[in-house]
Structure formats: structure tokens, C-alpha cells
Design a protein around this ligand. Structure first.
Ligand SMILES: Nc1ncnc2c1ncn2[C@@H]1O[C@H](COP(=O)(O)OP(=O)(O)OP(=O)(O)O)[C@@H](O)[C@H]1O
Length: 268
């Protein structure tokens, strides 16, 4: 069951089942600036959820609080009923996270990184080896690329190895901050197939993106953030309301046309 397309309180998941991800009243202030104010979001189990919003809307701040990377001033986040901040180890087993601007150990190869993390996460060596082989092959980071240090990875390759890190322990929920940024169209098509397979297999995905067409193509549920608040969320068609997501997005967040008066020196 999805909530109405407004910014109000989240609806519990259907059938009494815990939501895959439930964010309630998350708030963060940096100094006097409120980056996120009372954000609520509910991702139903099995949902492919897209989060959109203009630059600086607070998406990364909200997701960082939600996955346990940035302590909220208020509110809580639960993954399948497990509180991210009260039971971080259990919550982290349930979710795989691709943060924005992920710092990597630059002197390792992709295989070394995944093997090391697999063991840190308590997987046995044989399981790690099998999964690493598969992930590197599917994400097209095997073969000659295996000799490349992360230091020399392109931005798109970094996204891919970040996604492999998120998938390695077999999470039930993926939280991906702009996973398609800087990814070429061929790799994007492969990532889309992989994520669709993950959801078809019972997984849930929450991703943020600036690419409306991609969100419309991939996601069944969307939320729009503006100025630190979730201003709409619900099933894709309900939020779109008969127009394209891009049109609806512009209506909801407004267009800063007042600043376009200047720059007269650019005219020919
Ligand atoms: N550590 C910080 N200290 C101060 N201000 C911050 C900090 N992190 C984020 N902000 C501010 O909070 C606001 C929201 O930033 P955030 O990165 O969450 O937005 P976003 O929606 O992810 O943007 P984008 O789409 O450009 O990635 C911005 O005004 C940003 O400058």
C-alpha cells in the first residue's frame, strides 16, 4: 500500500509486513541552515523507489541519515523494522548502500577490495570468492580491468565497484545515491538489468537520480524533495498526475526564472 502523493505521514506497509525502509521525521540542521526538515518516506517491500529533487534539495543528507552515515537531529529510520541507529549491525546486514562520493581504498584492485570487505562482513572465503567472481564479471570489471587499481578507475567504474560493494553481502534493500551518474549508456543498461533482477528476486531499491526518464522507466514509486522536504510521494502515476514526471517535478519545485535576466553579455 502506498501513501497519497503529498508530503504527509507515511503509510505502514501492506499486510502488517514491515516496510523495507521507513524514514520518520528525519531532520538535519547545519549551523542555522535546515538541510532536511521532518522528512518522512516509506519504501514498500519489493518496491523500486525513485527519489528526485533539485540540487541541494537534501536528498544526500536524508539518505545519509537514513543509512546510518550521518546522525539525524531528530527522527528515525527502520530497515524491515530494524532501527538503523539503535541496531546498526543488524540494519547494515539488511541493506546495501552506495553513498554519494564514496571514499575508496585507492591502492587496492576491485577484487582485493571486494575480497577484503567480504571477509570483514563475515562471509566465508569460498562464498566471497564465488560472489566476487560473479560481481566483477557482471559489472564488467573483470579481465584486464582486474589489474587496475581503484586509484585509476574512471568515475563510472567507481560507481560499479561501489554497487558491487553494496551487493556483496546479499542485502534485501539497496539504497543508491545517484548510481547512474557518470555511467555510460551501455553500462547503464547493464545496471538497469541487474537492479530489475534484484527487485524481481524479492529485493527492494531506493535510488536517487536527476534523470527523470530513468526514474519513470525503472521506478514504481517516487518521491520528490525540495528545500529539505518531501513534497510528494506515492505510486509513479499518482505523483505524475497525467503529465510527465519532469513537468510535475518543475511544478512542484518551481523554476528559478528570476535569475535568468542577467548574462546579457552572452547574447550574440
Ligand atoms: N556537511 C555539511 N555542512 C553544511 N552544509 C551541508 C553539509 N552537507 C550538505 N549541506 C547543505 O545541505 C543542503 C542539501 O545538500 P544535499 O547534498 O543533501 O542535497 P542533494 O539534494 O543531495 O543535492 P544534489 O542533487 O546536488 O546532490 C545543501 O544546501 C548543502 O550545501
Amino acid at each position: 500500500m502506498q501513501k497519497e502523493s503529498d508530503g504527509g505521514a507515511p503509510t505502514p506497509a501492506a499486510d502488517g509486513q514491515a516496510a523495507a525502509f521507513e524514514l520518520v521525521g528525519l531532520r538535519k540542521t547545519f549551523g542555522t541552515y535546515e538541510a532536511v526538515g521532518q522528512a518522512d518516506l516509506t519504501v514498500a517491500p519489493g518496491s523500486f523507489f525513485g527519489l528526485v529533487g533539485p540540487n541541494g534539495a537534501g536528498k544526500t543528507t536524508m539518505l545519509s541519515m537514513a543509512v546510518g552515515l550521518l546522525r539525524p537531529d531528530a527522527g528515525h529510520a527502520k530497515v524491515f523494522g530494524t532501527d538503523v541507529w539503535k541496531e546498526p549491525e543488524r540494519a547494515k546486514e539488511l541493506m546495501g548502500v552506495l553513498p554519494d562520493g564514496l571514499a575508496m581504498p585507492e591502492q587496492l584492485t576491485g577484487r582485493e577490495l571486494l575480497s577484503y570487505l567480504g571477509q570483514l562482513r563475515g562471509l566465508d572465503k569460498a562464498t566471497v570468492a564465488g560472489r566476487v567472481d560473479e560481481l566483477l564479471a557482471v559489472l564488467e570489471l573483470s579481465g584486464d580491468t582486474e589489474r587496475t587499481l581503484i586509484l585509476d578507475y574512471s568515475t563510472g567504474m567507481r560507481k560499479k565497484i561501489g554497487l558491487a560493494v553494496a551487493l556483496l553481502h546479499g542485502p534485501r534493500l539497496l539504497v543508491l545515491d545517484e548510481p547512474f551518474e557518470a555511467v555510460d549508456p551501455v553500462a547503464a543498461a547493464m545496471l538497469k538489468r541487474l537492479l530489475k533482477r534484484f527487485v524481481a528476486g524479492g529485493g527492494s531499491v531506493l535510488l536517487s537520480s536527476h534523470v527523470m526518464a530513468l526514474v519513470e522507466q525503472m521506478c514504481d514509486t517516487v518521491a520528490v524533495m525540495a528545500k529539505g522536504n518531501v513534497v510528494a510521494q506515492g505510486p509513479l502515476d499518482q505523483v505524475r498526475g497525467g503529465v510527465s514526471l519532469e513537468e510535475r517535478f518543475v511544478e512542484l519545485v518551481g523554476v528559478g526564472a528570476e535569475n535568468e535576466e542577467g548574462l546579457s553579455w552572452l547574447a550574440r
